[in-house]
Write a protein that binds this ligand. Structure first.
Ligand SMILES: *[C@@H]1O[C@H](CO)[C@@H](O)[C@H](O)[C@H]1NC(C)=O
Ligand SMILES: *[C@@H]1O[C@H](CO)[C@@H](O)[C@H](O)[C@H]1NC(C)=O
Length: 201
């Protein structure tokens, strides 16, 4: 009986863990919401299961992504952040670091291809590949997909400098919770992966 209870508990916690589509502790860390809805994410035929450790040669272009439901069409905004820049446990002073912010994905698109680009609505923050420094523990990268209420997205005032893609420092300490609140976004799906740089210094 006791054993049965323990395995039931274990099963419950496993299911809980597997169903989360953001890293454990994500909401406590960022104040941003979490979700059980999986955003399908694929890099060059490597499908991201939540938390999957990917090789350092992860593509330089944004992944393929599919939104998870087939209800009424929604305009989407997708973003990606690194929770562990620059050195994970040893120092997260640049985190969250914004890697990608693409607004206004047409409601007719259920899937966006690799290296998604829209000449009419360019990325606010063009994609930067995952590239943790040598010697750091694995970095956690979170990809979030939102329903965007506005037909034409306008960047909240406090975030205008994130337009500057040439200067990576403008992407440090991206307050995802404030951004979500000020832009009125609703989280619809998420996924996350990890990358570690195991090259020798
Ligand atoms: C964290 O790392 C950055 C970049 O190397 C450095 O500028 C900063 O001083 C470090 N902070 C701490 C608390 O070590
Ligand atoms: C990604 O898309 C941009 C814009 O269309 C293009 O210039 C670039 O060559 C593409 N990169 C790859 C690796 O396909």
């Amino acid at each position: 009986m006791k054993i049965l209870t323990q395995s039931a508990l274990l099963l419950t916690s496993l299911v809980y863990f597997v169903s989360g589509q953001t890293p454990p502790g994500f909401s406590a860390l960022t104040n941003a919401p979490s979700t059980n809805r999986n955003l399908f994410v694929e890099f060059d035929n490597v499908i991201v299961t939540p938390g999957r450790l990917l090789d350092l040669d992860v593509p330089t272009t944004s992944p393929k992504a599919s939104f998870p439901y087939h209800a009424a069409p929604k305009i989407h905004l997708v973003l990606m952040i690194d929770l562990d820049a620059p050195f994970a446990d040893a120092n997260r002073s640049f985190s969250p670091l914004l890697h990608w912010l693409q607004p206004s994905i047409s409601a007719t698109l259920w899937t966006i291809p690799d290296n998604y680009t829209d000449s009419k609505v360019p990325a606010i923050a063009p994609y930067i590949q995952a590239q943790p420094p040598i010697g750091s523990a694995p970095h956690r990268y979170v990809v979030l997909a939102f329903q965007q209420p506005q037909k034409h997205f306008s960047v909240p005032l406090g975030f205008l400098n994130y337009y500057d893609s040439s200067d990576v420092e403008t992407r440090f300490r991206f307050s995802v919770a404030t951004f979500i609140k000020e832009a009125g976004l609703k989280l619809v799906a998420a996924n996350w992966f990890q990358v570690q740089n195991t090259l020798l210094a």
